[in-house]
Design a protein. Structure first.
Length: 370
């Protein structure tokens, strides 16, 4: 009875923590820490597993030295029974793992004390039919866990799965709100500033035709040219806020944007263009910024786009044969636009690099995993 009361208390405390947290990793770290401190389990770790079955270690608590060695290299590498069963959708409830290849490889490597951790229990993190990953826990000198311990583990995993789903839904709602705000700004810019600039362009054209003095004609021509450039910039900004064409595919959207900038863009694609939405958006936004740089700084109005897709990542290259720029010896990023590209790529685990030489153009290379 006392043990039942203790389990109810643990579940209540974990539920309160999960409800209060709004960030995924702190939430799971806190819940796992509270679970371990209130039970006989000594250590635990959580894998998120993507739709391709690739596991990512996102949370760990109280790992022995053998498992924590070199940033948990043995937990992050190789195959194992629990992930394999998860991929095959064969983990219907919390289960004992008879042997864990990851733990065994860490012990065999003799790179630290394993604290007598040799086996673990595992349970799927899910909400309804939607699965997110695995919660694994272990205890010293324990090969099998009791049905009561597995039932408690399953209850905690159910709470975690519900909280994970809640945060995903919250993030989706925030993204929807962000898109709606972008659309509102785009409409406002189009209806006000964009129309005003267009009116100034028409006025300047009329001034050129009506004026007889050369100096006044030249002034109106300058006004018309500057206003036309501002109008192009404004349309590009509106387009960035509310891109058209992504519903027809990434490459089509990029072509439309290049046309709007007045750039001639040759496109070469190798592989199947099919990415998660976040990767597609990052590729689109970084390419937008790269094309903006070509138009503003290269001195040419043409560029080449190369997209190569492999089983694990995508390489996107934007090249121009313009004036180029000088790379500082300390490799300081030369513009805000390039910094934005680098930040966007890094945000999804990718990289952005560039090569440029005065008079020989610039080459931007973006590599993203997916």
């Amino acid at each position: 009875m006392n043990n039942d009361h203790s389990n109810i208390t643990i579940l209540k405390e974990i539920a309160e923590l999960l409800n209060d947290e709004t960030e995924m990793i702190p939430m799971l770290n806190g819940a796992l820490s509270k679970f371990l401190s209130g039970t006989k389990f000594d250590t635990g770790w959580i894998f998120f597993i993507d739709k391709k079955g690739k596991p990512e270690l996102i949370v760990k608590q109280n790992l022995p030295d053998a498992l924590a060695f070199n940033e948990c290299q043995h937990l992050k590498r190789g195959g194992c029974w629990c992930v394999s069963r998860y991929r095959n959708n064969e983990l219907e409830k919390a289960s004992n793992i008879i042997e864990c290849q990851r733990i065994e490889s860490a012990i065999e490597a003799n790179i630290g004390d394993n604290d007598n951790i040799t086996h673990h229990a595992t349970v799927t993190l899910q909400s309804g039919q939607e699965r997110f990953g695995l919660l694994n826990v272990a205890s010293r000198n324990t090969v099998r866990f009791s049905e009561e311990e597995l039932d408690l583990l399953e209850s905690v995993a159910f709470q975690m799965g519900s909280a994970i789903k809640r945060i995903y839904l919250t993030n989706e709602q925030q993204e929807i709100a962000l898109v709606q705000e972008r659309n509102r700004l785009a409409r406002d810019l189009h209806d006000s500033v964009n129309q005003l600039l267009f009116s100034v362009t028409l006025t300047a054209r009329a001034g050129i035709e009506m004026s007889e003095q050369v100096e006044i004609k030249e002034t109106f021509k300058d006004i018309q040219q500057l206003t036309q450039e501002a109008l192009t910039e404004m349309r590009a900004l509106i387009w960035q806020l509310r891109p058209r064409g992504l519903e027809s595919g990434l490459i089509e959207a990029i072509k439309i944007y290049a046309d709007m900038l007045g750039l001639h863009l040759s496109v070469n694609v190798s592989g199947v263009i099919q990415f998660p939405s976040r990767v597609e958006e990052t590729l689109f936004r970084t390419t937008q910024e790269a094309l903006n740089n070509v138009r503003r700084h290269s001195g040419v109005m043409s560029a080449q786009l190369y997209v190569t897709v492999t089983a694990t990542d995508v390489l996107l290259v934007v090249k121009d044969k313009g004036r180029g720029f000088y790379m500082e010896a300390h490799n300081e990023i030369p513009s805000l636009g390039l910094q934005s590209i680098k930040d966007r790529a890094n945000a999804v685990g990718g990289t952005a690099d560039w090569v440029s030489e005065i008079g020989k153009g610039t080459e931007l290379l973006i590599r993203l995993p997916y």
